[in-house]
Design a protein around this ligand. Structure first.
Ligand SMILES: O=C(O)CCC(=O)C(=O)O
Length: 252
């Protein structure tokens, strides 16, 4: 098991991403996926637009953030100790915090997620950030799996405005990316500077994924860029490793 962890850590440090197969029990994931579905449905109840009526960015996924805050039944996933411990080991930190979570549901017929790095969207100085991308359904090239450019976590940070949805300005990385089909129970981790994208959803079903982003405790604010994770009041970026929350029981 230790060898396996060392192999995963080595792959992550070399490539900037790694797929950890079967990290969670699919049976444990099923009720949590149902809770994420219900939370997305609640958040989006007032949005009756068809896919065609949405912006290019919204056509790449339905996005709901900070779900753990108002949906307590999702917290066992956000703070799942196997996921958080793996994230901490990959980052190489003794303690990590939650930055934020989000559901990313790529609707049937949804467009590709344009290539980008995540870190430039965040006001964090240090590079010690990691995303756990958790498929809630089987994901492949047909439904819109993730693709990562190996080694791109060593490239300079580059802000790419995927929100504007201009395909002509998006980096074209499809021929360099490694696409990673995944099953419920697998967790894909990527570094905050890794260039990544997701394929369009050419299937008739929604590609359901939930992600949680963590950062090493002790990271500092690196720019004046506003971000809800730190610009709202309260304890909103809680420590997830070591697992203090289990003892504390309340979010304060
Ligand atoms: O799920 C997707 O389509 C994109 C995910 C992504 O960009 C991310 O998790 O940083």
């Amino acid at each position: 098991m230790r060898d396996d962890r060392d192999r995963l850590i080595g792959a992550y440090r070399r490539d900037g991403f790694v797929a950890v197969r079967g990290l969670i029990d699919p049976a444990e994931l099923t009720p949590l996926a149902t809770a994420v579905d219900a939370a997305v449905a609640r958040r989006k109840a007032g949005d009756t637009r068809s896919l065609a009526d949405k912006s290019r960015y919204e056509q790449s996924f339905v996005q709901c953030q900070y779900m753990w805050e108002d949906s307590p039944d999702i917290r066992p996933l956000t703070f799942h100790q196997e996921i958080c411990r793996m994230a901490a080991e990959l980052v190489g930190a003794g303690a990590i915090r939650l930055w934020h979570d989000q559901a990313l549901y790529k609707e049937a017929g949804g467009k590709s997620t344009q290539a980008h790095q995540d870190h430039p969207y965040w006001p964090i100085a240090e590079d010690a950030t990691i995303t756990a991308w958790i498929p809630l359904v089987e994901v492949d090239r047909e439904t819109g799996c993730m693709g990562y450019v190996p080694g791109s976590h060593r490239d300079a940070r580059q802000f790419i405005d995927i929100f504007a949805g201009d395909d002509s300005k998006a980096p074209q990385v499809e021929d360099r990316a490694v696409f990673v089909p995944a099953q419920p129970g697998d967790v894909l981790f990527h570094h905050g500077r890794t260039m990544h994208m997701a394929l369009p959803n050419r299937s008739g079903i929604t590609r359901r994924a939930y992600t949680a982003i963590y950062f090493a405790d002790g990271c500092t604010r690196g720019s004046g860029r506003a971000h809800p994770s730190v610009d709202r009041s309260g304890r909103l970026t809680p420590i997830v490793i070591p697992p203090l929350w289990r003892e504390r029981r309340s979010w304060g």
